[in-house]
Ligand binder design. Structure first.
Ligand code: 8NA
Ligand code: MG
Ligand code: MG
Ligand code: MG
Length: 347
């Protein structure tokens, strides 16, 4: 069982990496047809094909910072994590960061990290970012804290997101993504019950989204945004193959906002646990990545989030090596998964 768990840690970290690297060429492009994606994956799978590395983007750059900080500090340390984000950004600024989050990095640096959560709180005139940048990097938190009680997992995911994402939709998206990875990690591979999986997330999110004393709802926001989207997700799952890509975009979304991408990533994982018409995939894990990319929009981030959930569920053995090898930073993702695993089980 211990070996299985380490395989799931690796699956989650490599799954996040693969969704980012293989999804990035399609980000913000017109949707790629399933036949085009079938050829894309088939070509990459050819043993004799040599292509340049598929580069990772901001999603992975930040996930690596989260992992290294948790490993080095043996737990969440806000200042250390913020420093790593800033150092990483200024070392490699051209990884495709969101257009506003870069202002947080600049403000953190200028203020010498005096108030780690301050700059994010001031974004967008004080409402904070609801981009999916907090959610896209949360996998190491889910892995490291997986044995901890719900409350602890929720508070670390939220705080880690708050370094850059002050809007409650932004940090609650990170919380949901974190809980989804942890739920997948804890579900036996032959016992995925879609209804139960969604129900469990809904129950936790209902508590998370109950308005705290220090929270206010902005104009146009509703209290139970994620809980509501999980209900829609459940209805979509009931409709099986009848659900079109347009319907997914309409009901769940496919853009850079957390509330219009995290539920979509979870849906991709659940939908791809069964076969999908016209998707040829070696494994259910690969079907998840393929399906997530086929939804268009923020393809790298949705595929990365779906990949980290699917990888935590299926494990690394279901991720074809012929495709892993194309991802920049593969060895580091595996190494970090192993380090997170030994820390998570020893503490
Ligand atoms: P962010 O905090 O800059 O947010 C991303 C964007 O969301 C902002 O630039 C705004 O357009 C919008 N936004 C967020 N909060 C608000 C608000 N309160 N009011 C109005 N607009 C708002 O960066 P992030 O780290 O959340 O971004 C992550 C995404 O950026 C990922 O998809 C990542 O891959 C990257 N990215 C996405 C695209 C794309 O078009 N899909 C392109 C390049 C980079
Ligand atoms: Mg990206
Ligand atoms: Mg609060
Ligand atoms: Mg993206």
């Amino acid at each position: 069982a211990v070996e299985l768990l380490v395989g799931r840690f690796r699956g989650s970290m490599v799954g996040a990496l693969m969704g980012d690297c293989l999804g990035a060429p399609f980000e913000a492009e017109p949707r790629a047809a399933r036949s085009v994606l079938n050829s894309y994956f088939k070509r990459l799978s050819c043993p004799d094909i040599k292509v340049p590395y598929k580069a990772y983007t901001d999603d992975t750059a930040m996930t690596r910072c989260v992992a290294l900080s948790l490993i080095q500090e043996k737990g969440y340390n806000a200042e250390d994590m913020a420093k790593r984000f800033v150092k990483e950004f200024y070392a490699e600024p051209r990884r495709g960061y969101g257009s506003n989050v870069v202002d947080v990095f600049a403000a953190l640096r200028i203020s010498k990290f005096e108030d780690v959560y301050g700059p994010a709180a001031w974004q967008f005139g004080g409402s904070g970012s609801y981009g999916n940048g907090g959610a896209m990097r949360v996998a190491p938190v889910a892995l490291f804290y997986h044995p901890a009680p719900d409350q602890k997992v929720v508070s670390v995911a939220k705080d880690m997101a708050l370094i850059t994402h002050g809007n409650r939709l932004g940090y609650n998206g990170a919380v949901l993504q974190c809980l989804a990875i942890r739920e997948a990690l804890h579900t036996p591979t032959n016992q995925l019950d879609v209804v139960k999986f969604i129900q469990s997330l809904k129950e936790m999110m209902k508590k998370v989204e109950t308005l705290g004393e220090d929270e206010i709802l902005e104009k146009g926001q509703i209290e139970f945004e994620y809980t509501g989207r999980l209900s829609r997700l459940a209805s979509l799952m009931e409709r099986g193959d009848q659900v079109s890509i347009d319907a997914v975009e309409e009901e769940l979304g496919n853009d850079i906002s957390a509330h219009r991408s995290v539920p979509t990533a979870i849906y991709s994982f659940l939908r791809a646990s069964n076969s999908i018409p016209n998707i040829e995939a070696e494994t259910a894990f690969m079907r998840t990545i393929h399906y997530a990319i086929s939804l268009g929009g923020d393809t790298d981030t949705i595929a990365s989030m779906a990949g980290s959930i699917a990888g935590a569920f299926y494990g690394i053995a279901e991720i074809p090596e012929s495709l892993q090898r194309h991802c920049e930073g593969l060895a580091e993702a595996i190494q970090q998964a192993d380090q997170l695993h030994s820390l998570a089980t020893n503490t």
